[in-house]
Ligand binder design. Structure first.
Ligand SMILES: C[S@@+](CC[C@H](N)C(=O)[O-])C[C@H]1O[C@@H](n2cnc3c(N)ncnc32)[C@H](O)[C@@H]1O
Length: 389
């Protein structure tokens, strides 16, 4: 497939190159932040310390670096600013209708100013650690570790990267752990889903070692047959668990993201990567009478106007009966955002750009080198005289 046709078929691939992101995944994190305010600026949820697991080639780390270190405006903040501009424009239009000329020119200059110069809001004391099996090209302000998140030694390496020169008793915890971990898919769905879930458990184990109470955990998940069991396990550790699908993630893919908020540690329990995550807490301690007394349905209107429905009695019954629980599903990303499954007409005069950061050590590198030097299955078929046909 030519570069231009890939640009056409995948709007996020094209946008990533135009906006200088190393991978189109950047948009997934930005759209998750739009919905869940992952990089909150407000206390007590303020976000300054983050671990990015399975981070290569580094587009999520780029988002972290640009939002937290440089203080640029993306995701939730950009969306709020956009909404504010819309409100300002409506007010302005109303004033124009009323012919309030004196105030008008002042208001107009304010709107233009905001659009041209979104103010940078860098945060103090930011710490970001990125971990991946693959080497990653350096990124400003990001501490990088090349490590396997399923290996027990990674816990110690991560802790000392986060807290150099500190003893375990003085470790500073982190506000957010994100994991975009994906195995090289085999096409055998059950196997892929199983390996993916093991990556998620490893990410969770690392997260529990460093998250502060109230912290957030976001991880890629493949929505397979028994995924509700994972949701139930996450619900034991976090007060709110959602399953989210950003618009930049293809609807045709089983990929989604668990967004877990408000971490509540289990006293006396420290998981380690040598053992599977076996949470020592019954899924629910409620009696049947207590469950029956729960409301059938609750309806909450969130700050941004989203209406959230929950079904406490039905959920508690499910947890009580077979330790299963269905996380509420949220599609996220502005409705104006590109649809990841649609093909778009390219803008006039479109020039296809090269990827921002080619992989530093892709697994296919050796095959490409062999193809260059050898023929046969690695390159063009040779004719009898030995020259490529
Ligand atoms: C989809 S990519 C991540 C993209 C990244 N979030 C970004 O925005 O550029 C998945 C990554 O998971 C990494 N990975 C898979 N298994 C891993 C493991 N056991 N330990 C560490 N990284 C792993 C792969 O090396 C790959 O770089």
């Amino acid at each position: 497939m030519g570069k231009s046709s890939k640009d056409k078929r995948d709007a996020y691939y094209r946008l990533a190159k135009e906006q200088n992101w190393r991978a189109r995944s950047a948009f997934k994190l930005i759209q998750l932040d739009e919905q869940f305010d992952l990089f909150s600026f407000q206390e007590p949820h303020k976000c300054t310390r983050v671990v990015d697991l399975c981070a290569a080639p580094g587009s999520w780390s780029q988002v972290l670096s640009r939002v937290l270190i440089k203080g640029e405006s993306f995701g939730r903040r950009a969306w709020m600013e956009k909404m504010q501009r819309l409100v300002d424009e409506v007010k302005l239009a109303e004033k124009m209708e009323r012919n309030e000329d004196a105030e008008l020119s002042e208001e107009m200059s304010k709107i233009n100013l905001d659009e041209e110069k979104p103010t940078l809001q860098p945060r103090p004391n930011v710490k970001i650690v990125a971990i991946d099996l693959q080497p990653m090209a350096p990124l400003e302000g990001i501490i990088q570790l090349q490590a396997d998140i399923t290996h027990p030694s990674t816990v110690g390496r991560m802790l000392s990267a986060l807290n150099p020169e500190k003893s375990e008793a003085d470790y500073d915890l982190v506000d957010l752990v994100i994991s975009d971990g994906a195995p090289d898919v085999t096409g055998l769905h059950d196997l892929d889903i199983h390996i993916q879930s093991q990556l998620l458990y490893s990410a969770l184990t690392l997260a529990i070692r460093v998250l502060r109470p109230g912290g957030k955990f976001v991880a890629k998940i493949f929505r397979g047959k028994d995924v509700d069991l994972i949701y139930a396990q996450l619900k034991l550790l976090f007060r709110r668990v959602h399953i989210a699908k950003p618009r930049s993630s293809r609807a045709s893919s089983i990929e989604a993201f668990v967004v877990c908020e408000d971490y509540t540690p289990i006293e006396g329990w420290t998981p380690d990567l040598g053992r599977p995550v076996d949470v020592p807490r019954p899924a629910t301690t409620m009696t049947e009478e207590e469950i029956e007394a729960l409301p059938e349905q609750t309806r909450t209107v969130r700050e941004d106007g989203t209406v959230e429905l929950t079904f406490p009695r039905r959920e508690a019954r499910k947890l009580h009966k077979d330790n299963r629980w269905i996380a509420p599903f949220l599609a996220c990303g502005d409705l104006d955002a590109y649809d990841a499954d649609a093909t778009y007409k390219l803008p006039e005069g479109h020039v296809s750009l090269d990827p921002v950061q080619p992989p530093t050590a892709p697994p296919y590198k050796e095959a490409i080198e062999k193809r260059r030097t050898e023929g046969g299955m690695y390159g063009k078929t040779k004719n009898r005289e030995g020259t490529p046909s």
